[in-house]
Design a protein around this ligand. Structure first.
Ligand SMILES: [Zn+2]
Length: 112
């Protein structure tokens, strides 16, 4: 087991990471980037994780989950790392992935 570091740009886009373990910390040493640390296991399959950085007060689609928040070095920004369903289209249409059992999309109900 190792701890790996990853970065997600605060660019208003969804980013996909392939992780083998849980995210254990969110912080940042950059003004426009969030860093996260995750457990890595060499012998475990990767899981697709869809992540995006949101500003305070910015609308987050229903079904998304908060991973953590990070204050930038200057204190200018507080970024929020949000995780969405890995199988969603990324259209932000609120429709979800359409699967009946999904920890992200289940609260949205059937695909519209
Ligand atoms: Zn889903």
């Amino acid at each position: 087991m190792n701890v790996y570091r990853h970065t997600v740009a605060a660019d208003g886009e969804w980013h996909t990471l392939h992780l083998t373990g849980m995210i254990i910390h969110v912080a940042t040493r950059h003004e426009h980037m969030v860093e996260l640390w995750s457990i890595h296991h060499d012998d475990r399959p990767t899981m697709k994780r869809r992540l995006r950085v949101y500003r305070t007060g910015q609308y987050v689609p229903e079904g998304c989950q908060i991973v953590g928040s990070a204050i930038t070095p200057t204190g200018m920004y507080v970024w929020h790392l949000i995780e969405g369903c890995p199988e969603d289209t990324g259209e932000d249409d609120g429709a979800g992935c359409g699967r009946i059992i999904c920890t992200f999309c289940a609260p949205l109900g059937p695909k519209r």
